[in-house]
Design a protein around this ligand. Structure first.
Ligand code: SAH
Length: 208
C-alpha cells in the first residue's frame, strides 16, 4: 500500500521501497489510529509528537544514500518507525530521543521486530553522539532553526546530514555533505516537523 503511493510520488530507491513494504507501520501507532496506518500523512504518537508521513521517511532515507554496514545517527527516535527502516537496510543505527516514554515503546518494537543493530540513548541529541562518531549519515527528524554544529562535526568524509531547517511553522529539508573541499549544502523541498527541543535549537515546546 505504502509503496504504491511512494512510487507515484517519485521514490525510485528499491531498497527503501522494499524496507517500507516490509515494515508494518500500524505497529508504530496508538491502537485507535491503526486503521489510518497507511494514510499518506503524519499521525500523532502521544506526548505531542508525530510519526512522519511515509513519503518524507522515504525521501530522507534515500537522501542519506547509505550502504549496508554504514553508521547512521538519528536524532528524534519518536515511534521508532524511521529507525526500523534504517536498521532493516543493514545500517548500524544510533538513535537519540529526549522523551523516556516514547523511547521505551520504540525499544519494545525493535525487540519485537528482531532488530539488533540499533543502539538507543535517552537525552538531547543536538550534540550528536561523540562517543559513537564519525557517522556516514546523520538524520534529524525534528525541526531546527539552524544546523547544530556538532552534527556536521560528527560526519565522516563523504557523509551526509539530512535535517529540516526553518521556523516552527514550516521548514526546508537541507542536505549537508562533507565533501573533499568541505561542507556542501543543498535544499530538497518544504517539510513540516515538530521542533527539536534543545539549547542548540528551539528552547521551548510551543504548545506548553
Ligand atoms: N522519526 C520519528 C518522528 C519523531 S517526531 C518517527 O518515525 O516516529 C520528533 C521526535 O524528536 C519526538 O519524539 C521528540 O520527542 C524528539 N526530540 C525533540 N527534541 C529532541 C532532542 N533535543 N533530542 C532528541 N530527541 C528530540
Amino acid at each position: 500500500m505504502v509503496t504504491g503511493q511512494l512510487v507515484n510520488r517519485g521514490i525510485r530507491d528499491r531498497r527503501v521501497l522494499a524496507a517500507m513494504a516490509w515494515l508494518p507501520r500500524e505497529w508504530f501507532l496508538p491502537p485507535r489510529l491503526e486503521r489510518q496506518a497507511y494514510d499518506d500523512a503524519p499521525l500523532p504518537i502521544g506526548n505531542g509528537q508525530t510519526i512522519s508521513q511515509p513519503l518524507i521517511v522515504a525521501l530522507m532515507t534515500a537522501a542519506l544514500s547509505l550502504r549496508r554496514g554504514d553508521r547512521v545517527l538519528e536524532i528524534g527516535t519518536g515511534s521508532g518507525y524511521q529507525t526500523a527502516i534504517l536498521a532493516h537496510l543493514g545500517l548500524r543505527v544510533y538513535t537519540v530521543e529526549r522523551l523516556p516514554d516514547l523511547l521505551v515503546e520504540a525499544e519494545e518494537r525493535f525487540r519485537r521486530l528482531g532488530l539488533d543493530n540499533i543502539e538507543t540513548r535517552l537525552g538531547d541529541g543536538a550534540g550528536g553522539w561523540p562517543e559513537r562518531a564519525p557517522f556516514q549519515g546523520v538524520i534529524v527528524t525534528a525541526a531546527v532553526p539552524c544546523v547544530p554544529p556538532p552534527l556536521t562535526d560528527q560526519l565522516a568524509p563523504g557523509g551526509r546530514l539530512v535535517i529540516p531547517v526553518g521556523d516552527l511553522a514550516s521548514q526546508e529539508l537541507v542536505i549537508v555533505e562533507r565533501g573533499p573541499t568541505g561542507l556542501r549544502e543543498r535544499r530538497a523541498g518544504g517539510v513540516r516537523f515538530v521542533p527539536l527541543i534543545s539549547r542548540l535549537a528551539f528552547t521551548e515546546e510551543p504548545w506548553t
